[in-house]
Design a protein around this ligand. Structure first.
Ligand code: DGL
Length: 276
């Protein structure tokens, strides 16, 4: 019998599927277990304490399923929960497990994209308030100026299948205009929320062509690949049967009907009740 020790991939909802899609493409042999906490999404407007509590509950669920490594494919969870998990919870409770986020691999590279040294960040309220991007970018690229705009309506638009509708135009136009007002120097805009790649086509209509739009999927996939190269003990601990399993804390039927646009493939998910 094959022992399953998959890579866990977590998001508040569907957004992390855009990251999983890229990771699976780069690293197809591993087993993956995805969990969307759809019943409690969006995380963006929630407090630090609540995002931490929800995220840690999900991370412990992954550990119980046998995942040695969990990737928080959610900027809000990475911004508000990852530090406590890495610095406090893992060393005392799960010293052999690892949890990674999406902010670190992104901020390690983002400065290389900008010629004008001015980067715009589009993210949830929670990610913006945490200041994680300006702090982390300053660490790797002190010369880069960072401008942030919170887009609180974008995740609800995407989660409710309205990413292609006219309603989305209003909010996208407004948030892009706000961001670009901060500086005419911005030449790179980062989609710092894993839900936002679904809005890419629309975003292009409101951004000048000279501005490049960066999403995180590929960056995080490369980061994961490098991490496994640098940590052979973790690489060996992972099972490699090419299996993908999907779980949601809300309706599996809803999850499956939404997932195609995020993941690019039909999936069959399973409902999980974390309190059981
Ligand atoms: N995909 C999550 C992120 O990257 C969405 C957050 C939310 O649930 O509001 O931040």
């Amino acid at each position: 019998m094959n022992v399953k020790r998959p890579i866990g991939v977590f998001d508040s909802g569907y957004g992390g599927l855009t990251v999983l899609k890229e990771i699976v493409q780069k690293l197809p042999d591993y087993d993956y277990l995805y969990l969307g906490d759809n019943a409690r999404a969006p995380y963006g407007p929630r407090s630090f304490e609540t995002v931490y509590r929800y995220t840690w509950q999900c991370v412990e669920w992954f550990f119980k399923q046998g995942c040695p490594l969990v990737i928080l494919a959610c900027n809000t969870a990475s911004a508000k929960a990852l530090r406590s998990i890495q610095q406090r919870d893992l060393p005392s409770k799960y010293p052999d497990k690892r949890v990674l986020g999406v902010i670190r691999p992104t901020t390690e590279l983002i400065g290389n994209f900008s010629k004008t040294k001015s980067v715009g960040i589009l993210a949830t309220n929670g990610t913006v308030i945490s200041q994680s991007y300006p702090i982390e970018i300053a660490h790797h690229f002190p010369e880069i100026k960072v401008y942030q705009e919170a887009c609180p309506m974008w995740v609800p638009l995407v989660e409710n299948n309205e990413y292609d509708g006219e309603g989305a135009d209003y909010f996208i136009k407004k948030n892009i205009a706000n961001l670009l007002k901060y500086s005419s120097e911005i030449d790179t805009v980062l989609l710092a929320c894993t839900h936002y790649p679904l809005l890419k086509n629309k975003l292009k209509n409101f951004l000048p062509e000279s501005i490049q739009l960066i999403s995180q999927g590929e960056i995080v996939a490369d980061g994961t690949k490098n991490y496994l190269l640098r940590h052979p003990e973790m690489e060996k601990a992972l099972s490699k049967n090419g299996q993908r399993d999907f779980y949601t804390t809300d309706s599996a039927k809803d999850f499956d009907s939404h997932a195609l646009v995020f993941y690019g493939k039909e999936i069959a998910s399973v409902h999980v009740d974390l309190d059981e």
